[in-house]
Design a binder for this molecule. Structure first.
Ligand code: GSH
Length: 212
């Protein structure tokens, strides 16, 4: 059976997986599940992901949930080499950035997304934007500093850490908020956009998710 990805393409976590799948050129099919699409509460879906969230994947006998775990699984199975170094001494530092990208940086971009897109303008409290901006800015500065003098998060090669750190950048750069100047991060975002897999699968419109 071909790899199956379950999840709507305007979910940022599904985008993380779909970007990976296309970078690694893995034959696959994506099925629209999640808000506005097929239910994630069915017995069959909950057997894949007891959280009832997208993404989930099936790869032969393997069923996985949690996008970061899916990224590592696909990288280990299909991306060994510069994308996923077999040597832990090389992979470990990349994995620190991957973990941070998902759990710190992308998590805080999501807080901004909840405020700027998911919350209706009438119910927004500007104090929340101040708090979110104060939390997100230093994280973005950490990534900007890391990218100064580097093409990719790890250096010369594009790796799984770039997917974990780069997948929320379309939202980061297109939402309405007092974003600081971050020249290295902006240049990195431009470089990512030279990659067809990024353009097509990690820059998906989120307008259908906007609260009225
Ligand atoms: N930590 C999980 C989070 C999964 C998650 O929150 N998914 C959201 C979309 S980004 C979801 O399923 N929302 C409900 C839905 O679409 O039905 C992951 O990285 O996979």
């Amino acid at each position: 059976m071909m790899l199956r990805v379950y999840g709507r393409n305007n979910s940022v976590n599904v985008q993380l997986v779909m970007w990976t799948v296309h970078e690694l050129d893995i034959p696959h099919e994506r099925l629209d599940f999640g808000a506005g699409h097929a239910s994630t509460r069915s017995e069959a879906f909950l057997a894949m992901n007891p959280m009832g969230l997208v993404p989930a994947i099936e790869d032969g006998p393997v069923a996985l949930f949690e996008s970061a775990a899916i990224l590592r699984y696909l990288a280990a199975k299909y991306g060994e080499g510069t994308f996923w170094p077999a040597d832990p001494v090389l992979r470990g530092p990349l994995d620190s950035w991957a973990e941070w990208g998902k759990n710190s940086f992308a998590a805080q971009v999501l807080e901004l997304f909840k405020y700027d897109v998911r919350q209706s303008p009438a119910t927004r409290d500007p104090a929340d934007l101040d708090r979110i901006t104060a939390a997100l800015t230093p994280l973005a500065e950490i990534l900007d500093t890391r990218l100064q003098g580097r093409k990719w998060v790890g250096g010369d090669d594009f790796t799984f850490a770039d997917i974990a750190c780069g997948h929320p950048l379309h939202r980061f750069f297109t939402m309405t908020w007092p974003r600081p100047a971050l020249p290295a991060l902006e240049a990195y975002y431009e470089r990512l956009q030279e990659r067809p897999a990024y353009r097509d699968h990690a820059m998906v419109s989120y307008e259908a998710l906007r609260a009225k």
